[in-house]
Design a protein. Structure first.
Ligand code: FE2
Ligand code: FE2
Length: 263
């Protein structure tokens, strides 16, 4: 039965993942903290996809494919962190491309059929795009949207906690090589006031980054996602770490109202 095969494949990939990640263990505490963070992120994203999937109709073998995609979506981050010393994607180091190479080199999806493999690959490929291209296959779109919401919910958890406790527990990698200065780019505030996700290329400072992460709410697809983000106060927590200028207060108010309307 297909379900058993897909479930077995998922379990085998988990075993492979644990062994793969173990190879990155480091005595450098800065690296090890980030390895642990990435591992915990993957587990949390799996939990999130499971939770979000409860609210919609998704068959069980697709759920295992989605869990597979959730486990692997940031697999490229380990190599990126250790080899390139950064999480900032650029033309030389992009966590999606590195991840796709790792999946191919290790033949991670070998237990799956071609169509299933493509579904997982599409999820990994598209989990982090600022804007999704038109996706005609309805099943793929459902899975991709679930993974994107699940991923963003957990990144909001990580960064809201990080920004709040940054002085005590600095982690320069989470600042994405950006300057920590008060300026906020005009394009960032324009996007947020228009209820749009901030484009990556418009992010210039750490404050822009914080606002761009908050702006993900404009692209969240599931009611349950808004509930989680709202209950956990992630947006509010990040706002608390921003300078309270008029423009920031206006942006926050706009996002708060938008969120309330989705609940
Ligand atoms: Fe990612
Ligand atoms: Fe992620």
């Amino acid at each position: 039965m297909r379900l058993t095969v897909v479930e077995e494949s998922y379990n085998k990939i988990r075993t492979w993942y644990d062994a793969y990640v173990l190879e990155f263990s480091s005595e450098d505490s800065e690296i090890q903290i980030n390895i642990d963070l990435l591992k915990e992120h993957a587990s949390r994203v799996i939990e999130n996809v499971n939770e979000l999937a409860l609210s919609i109709n998704i068959d069980e073998s697709n759920l295992f494919l989605l869990q597979t995609a959730a486990l692997l979506h940031d697999i490229g981050r380990f190599d990126q962190l250790v080899k390139h010393g950064t999480y900032a994607d650029n033309e030389y180091s992009n966590h999606i491309q590195i991840g796709l190479n790792v999946i191919e080199e290790h033949d991670v999806l070998m237990g799956l059929e071609e169509e299933e493999r493509l579904l997982v690959i599409d999820c990994v490929k598209m989990h982090d795009l600022s804007e999704l291209p038109k996706i005609s296959d309805e099943q793929s779109l459902i899975l991709i949207d679930l993974l994107r919401d699940a991923d963003r919910i957990d990144v909001l958890r990580i960064v809201s906690d990080y920004y709040t406790h940054k002085k005590v527990h600095p982690n320069r990698h989470l600042d994405m090589e950006l300057k920590d200065m008060p300026a906020i780019a005009k394009k960032v505030s324009s996007a947020i006031m228009a209820e749009k996700v901030v484009r990556r290329e418009d992010v210039e400072t750490v404050n822009d980054l914080k606002l761009s992460q908050m702006s993900w709410i404009f692209d969240m697809k599931h009611k349950r996602s808004f509930k989680i983000v709202s209950e956990k106060s992630y947006i509010k927590a990040i706002f608390e770490t921003l300078p309270k200028s008029d423009v920031v207060i206006d942006m926050y108010r706009n996002m708060k109202i938008f969120m309330e309307n989705q609940l």
